[in-house]
Design a protein around this ligand. Structure first.
Ligand SMILES: Cc1ncc(COP(=O)(O)O)c(C=O)c1O
Length: 350
C-alpha cells in the first residue's frame, strides 16, 4: 500500500470490472470502467486537474487566483477538490436542477456555489444562463480563470495519456468496442483519439440521451444527470466516433439499477446509458470479442432519484429491474448516426 501526499495523486487508474453472466450466450464479453473510483467520484477528476494544471503552466491561473466554471455537477465537485488542494478560490455556477449532493460536495470542499434562477424558455434549460453568469464572474473577479469545459481542448486531452492508455494496456491493445456517454464530449474525443494514437482498432461508440443534441436530433428536456446538451460542443471530434446512439431515459436508469443488484456496484444514470448501449453492441458483436462501457460516476448521488422506486413510479419509469426485458430492448436499439463514415463520404464527394 503506497502513502500519497496529495489526493490528486489518486486521480486515474480506475478499475475495470467484467460483467460476467449478464448477457446471453454468444455475446461479446462486457466490461465496465469504474470512473466513480476517482477521488471526487467521477470521470471529471481527470479534466478538472488537467485544465487547472495546463492553465497554471500557461500563466492563466496564478497563486491567489480563482477558478470559475458553469457546471451542473461532477466537474464542479472535481474542480473544488483540486482548488482545495492547490489553494485557489473556487466558484461554481449551478442551477436549481443541480443534484443536491453535488451542491453540498462543492461547499464541503470549500467551493462557493452561485445558483442561477433564469431558465431559457426556448429549450427549458438553465445552461445559457449559467454560462453567461460564469462569464460575467470570470470577467469581474481579478485573477479568475474559467476553464469552459465545452470548448477547452485540455478537457479531452486529459484522457489521452491516462484513460486511453489505461484501457489500451488493460486490453492488450484496446477492446473491440468502447462505449461512452457524451456531454462536453471530452471523454469520447479524448479516449477515442488516445486509442487511435496508440494504434488500437477499437470501435468508438458514443451515446446521447433523447432531448440532448450532441449528435443532432430534437432538443427537449433530459433527466440523466451529466448528460443533456442543447448544442454541439466544440470538444466533439466526430472523426473519432464510429457509431452514435440516442437512447431513452428509462433504460439508462434500469441498467444502472440492475448492475447494482447483480454486481454490487452503484453507478449513475449516464453509466446506465453507456451500459445499455454496450449491451446492444456486445450482443451484436458476438463471442470472443470485448466491449468496454465507461461508467462516469457513482450511484450514491441518485439514491433519492432513480434508485428510489417512488421517484421512478412518479415518472412512469419501470421498477421491476427485469433484465430480460432490458436486454430485449437493447437488442432492438438502432444506430442514430455514423459520424465518422459521414465525414469520409463528404470528403469523397468533395
Ligand atoms: C455523470 C456524467 N456522465 C457523463 C458525462 C459526459 O462526459 P463528457 O462531458 O466528457 O462528454 C458527464 C460530464 O459532465 C458526467 O458528469
Amino acid at each position: 500500500m503506497t502513502i500519497c501526499s496529495s489526493i490528486l495523486d489518486r486521480v486515474g487508474h480506475t478499475p475495470i470490472l467484467a460483467l460476467d453472466g449478464l448477457l446471453p450466450a454468444g455475446s461479446a464479453t462486457l466490461f465496465v470502467k469504474l470512473e466513480g473510483c476517482n477521488p471526487a467520484g467521477s470521470i471529471k477528476d481527470r479534466p478538472a486537474l488537467n485544465m487547472i494544471e495546463r492553465a497554471e503552466a500557461a500563466g492563466l491561473l496564478k497563486p491567489g487566483g480563482t477558478v470559475v466554471e458553469s457546471t451542473s455537477g461532477n466537474l464542479g465537485v472535481a474542480l473544488a477538490m483540486a482548488c482545495a488542494v492547490k489553494g485557489y478560490r473556487c466558484v461554481i455556477v449551478m442551477d436549481p436542477r443541480t443534484n443536491a449532493t453535488n451542491v453540498a460536495m462543492v461547499r464541503a470542499l470549500g467551493g462557493e456555489t452561485d445558483i442561477v434562477t433564469e431558465m431559457n424558455p426556448a429549450d427549458g434549460t438553465y445552461q445559457e444562463a449559467r454560462i453567461a453568469r460564469a462569464r460575467h464572474l470570470a470577467e469581474t473577479i481579478p485573477g479568475a480563470y474559467m476553464p469552459f469545459q465545452y470548448s477547452n481542448p485540455w478537457n479531452a486531452e486529459a484522457h489521452l495519456d491516462s484513460t486511453a492508455l489505461e484501457i489500451h494496456d488493460a486490453f492488450d491493445g484496446g477492446p473491440d468496442a468502447l462505449v461512452a456517454s457524451v456531454s462536453t464530449a471530452g471523454q469520447i474525443t479524448g479516449i477515442g483519439t488516445g486509442l487511435r494514437h496508440l494504434g488500437a482498432k477499437t470501435r468508438i461508440v458514443g451515446v446521447d440521451v433523447k432531448g440532448s443534441v450532441v449528435f443532432g436530433g430534437q432538443k427537449g428536456k433530459t433527466a440523466v444527470t451529466g448528460m443533456g446538451l442543447a448544442w454541439k460542443p466544440d470538444n466533439l471530434d466526430e472523426a473519432v466516433v464510429d457509431d452514435a446512439y440516442l437512447v431513452e431515459t428509462a433504460p439508462c436508469f434500469t441498467a444502472a439499477r440492475i448492475i447494482g443488484k447483480r454486481f454490487g456496484v452503484l453507478l449513475g444514470g449516464s453509466s446506465g446509458a453507456s451500459l445499455f448501449t454496450a449491451m446492444h453492441v456486445a450482443m451484436q458483436l458476438g463471442p470472443d470479442r470485448t466491449v468496454l462501457a465507461i461508467a462516469a460516476d457513482r450511484g450514491e448521488k441518485y439514491l433519492d432519484e432513480f434508485y428510489s422506486d417512488a421517484w421512478m413510479r412518479e415518472r412512469d419509469f419501470p421498477v421491476d429491474d427485469d433484465c430480460d426485458r432490458l436486454l430485449a430492448e437493447a437488442r432492438t436499439l438502432e444506430v442514430f448516426r455514423h459520424p465518422k463514415a459521414e465525414i469520409v463520404e463528404k470528403r469523397v464527394a468533395a
